[in-house]
Design a protein. Structure first.
Length: 260
């Protein structure tokens, strides 16, 4: 497919995010720049075509339908492996592939993380208990396209502390999404999340980030959930990525444990 070159004025900000005028940065002889080529060559970012975005949305629709089914299952006494079985079967039934399965040795089809487990929890014999917070992270591959999203659920009756941390994380996510528009930067996203979370007395986990997605599981760019406004790569049409703020009530530090 042929990609349209975008005309950019000499004195306009360069779309590469350098902060320089186009004439002093990426301008070529015809005063045109192929954003697709520029972002791939400079940042290894794949700008998606409308057809690719349609495929990603279709995978996303499947993901949401599976997540709705998971929500109906959540209750005290449920084994996390039961969630895995449901997600795996529903994914395969739809003609899709569960991306996490065997990805870098991950043994299951979904990530299920409870309470203090920040992410990438492995489903097993652990049973959900009243008051737990459980995050379910689903990634199907449908017709070659990846969609990736997680959702946090309360099991039974949550504590005030549980309600608070989930509320702060949800609002942080909303504010991050709100900043996404052409001309904004990756730093704007991180700043929106960090400033709100820290203003609520919480901290942002820095070791895990959002990421590009669509034709691969994990693509560039990395989406940091902290940052400075106006810094980083400029957002342009065709970028597809996840925003996944992980918020702690206490300090931002974490411990990476062995798989079990």
């Amino acid at each position: 497919m042929k990609h349209k070159s975008v005309k950019i004025g000499r004195n306009e900000p360069c779309p590469c995010g350098s902060g320089n005028k186009f004439k002093n940065c990426c301008r070529n002889k015809k005063a045109e720049i192929s954003l697709k080529d520029e972002y791939k060559n400079r940042y290894d970012i794949i700008l998606k075509t409308p057809e690719q975005i349609a495929g990603i949305k279709k995978a996303g629709d499947l993901l949401l339908s599976i997540m709705d089914g998971v929500e109906k299952m959540i209750r005290p006494g449920l084994k996390t492996d039961d969630i895995n079985t449901f997600v795996h079967e529903e994914t395969v039934k739809a003609g899709a592939i569960p991306a996490p399965l065997n990805y870098k040795g991950f043994p299951k089809s979904v990530c299920v993380s409870i309470n203090e487990v920040i992410c990438h929890g492995i489903p097993g014999e652990r049973v959900l208990e009243d008051g737990d917070i459980v995050n379910v992270d689903i990634t199907p591959i449908l017709d070659g396209y990846y969609a990736d999203a997680s959702k946090t659920f309360f099991v039974g009756t949550p504590s005030d502390e549980a309600k608070r941390i989930v509320s702060v994380a949800a609002e942080s996510l909303r504010l991050g999404i709100e900043t996404v528009k052409p001309g904004a930067t990756l730093g704007d996203i991180g700043h929106a999340i960090q400033s709100y979370a820290e203003g609520q007395g919480c901290s942002v986990v820095r070791e895990f980030v959002g990421h590009g997605v669509g034709v691969n599981f994990h693509e560039q760019p990395q989406i940091l959930h902290f940052g400075r406004p106006g810094k980083g790569v400029a957002l342009v049409p065709g970028m597809v990525f996840t925003i996944e703020p992980m918020i702690n009530l206490g300090k931002k530090e974490l411990h990476v444990l062995e798989d079990r």
